[in-house]
Design a protein around this ligand. Structure first.
Ligand code: SF4
Length: 343
């Protein structure tokens, strides 16, 4: 039986900007090759096969990967930053990750939710500059078998609907804080997290000390690029910029940050919630907005800067398997301390 497949409207609008992209995703990443594609490369006869095999790690070396050059470029990327393997042999020569990127898929038992990842500059632009309220549309069903039942998902979906209502109905700084409080309340109401009463008492104002803790939390994670490393080092010298979330002054800022928060809720609340963490993914939007807005002030600000920083956060934190699971308990712990201070 096919499985139901949902995605926000922006998902179907994405189109890779290819050679017009200033940040090609085939440069600077270690790209693994899925077994089907590796088999195709290993068995294709003739000069085409030899050419493909010269660009990937040999069969005995796992994981199978594209062999990036010194400059970090995928060996098949041509001088126009287009995929040479696709141009020469068509889609069959593209690894699954190359066909799928920057899409993500959350398999939630009886259904699948898909979206675009912020690590791609075009996806980031579409998501942050979009202004339509968050809605899912049903796409064509996928041919895989559904697993499990809706039962464990119902309270999580209700909690997510409630979180989106908060995000859409309140001024942004207040909404982000309310989400954090909702996360803490939901975590302590495991039987019916969606019906947990929202503590209306505001948290004590965030200070430079909280800013330092936030930056430290991100700095403890693995870092991929010198740019991110440098930004976090600068941030550590200005913790006062990372305390409370303050909206930058430009007219697009509130909408952009609301979109960023919505993206994080959509991408992370169900997967982490199914693993029993409700607080972490609801505290995350406040933490990421504080970090991004603080870095924006540090770097001079403006929309282009904002989009760039959101993309960097995504590349550094969302695409490293260990980073988010390490960050969320840290954020939750900080939240608990703050709640205690408010009592
Ligand atoms: S980062 Fe996005 S727009 Fe740029 S090449 Fe990759 S998929 Fe295309």
């Amino acid at each position: 039986m096919p499985i139901a497949h949902y995605a926000p409207a922006v998902y179907s609008r994405f189109c890779c900007t290819a050679s017009a992209c200033s940040d090609n995703c085939c440069i600077g990443w270690e790209i693994d090759i899925d077994p089907d594609t590796a088999r195709f490369y290993d068995t294709l006869p003739g000069p085409d096969g030899d050419w493909l095999r010269a660009g990937i790690s040999p069969p005995g070396e796992l994981p199978r990967r594209f062999c990036a050059g010194e400059d970090g470029r995928c060996p098949f990327l041509d001088e126009n930053n287009l995929c040479g393997a696709y141009l020469r042999l068509g889609e069959r020569a593209m690894a699954e990750i190359c066909r799928e990127h920057p899409r993500f898929h959350n398999w939630c038992g009886p259904f699948v939710e898909s979206g675009l990842g912020l690590c791609c500059e075009e996806a980031c632009r579409l998501i942050l500059t979009g202004r339509e309220p968050f809605r899912l549309t049903r796409l064509e069903d996928l041919p895989d078998d559904p697993e499990g039942t809706m039962e464990p998902l119902e309270p999580l979906l209700a909690l997510r609907r409630r979180a989106f209502r908060l995000l859409e109905e309140r001024p942004l700084p207040e909404a982000l804080e309310a989400l954090a409080r909702l996360g803490y309340a939901a975590q302590h109401c495991p039987g019916a997290p969606d019906r947990a009463p929202l503590p209306e008492t505001a948290l004590p104002p965030l200070t430079g000390q909280d800013g330092a803790a936030l930056v430290e939390g991100f700095a403890r994670l693995e870092r991929l690029t010198d740019e991110w490393e440098g930004l976090l080092a600068q941030a550590a010298e200005h913790p006062e910029l990372f305390g409370a979330f303050t909206l930058p002054g430009d007219p697009e800022a509130e909408g952009d940050y609301r979109q960023l928060a919505g993206y994080l809720l959509y991408r992370h609340l169900l997967p982490f919630g199914l693993d029993g963490d409700l607080c972490g993914p609801l505290v995350l939007p406040l933490a990421v907005c504080r970090l991004t807005a603080g870095l924006e002030r540090l770097c001079g600000g403006g929309r282009e800067q904002r989009l760039h920083l959101a993309k960097l956060f995504s590349k550094e934190v969302e695409y490293c398997e260990e980073s988010l699971p390490a960050l969320l308990p840290e954020l939750t712990y900080r939240q608990a301390l703050r709640e205690r201070r408010a009592e």
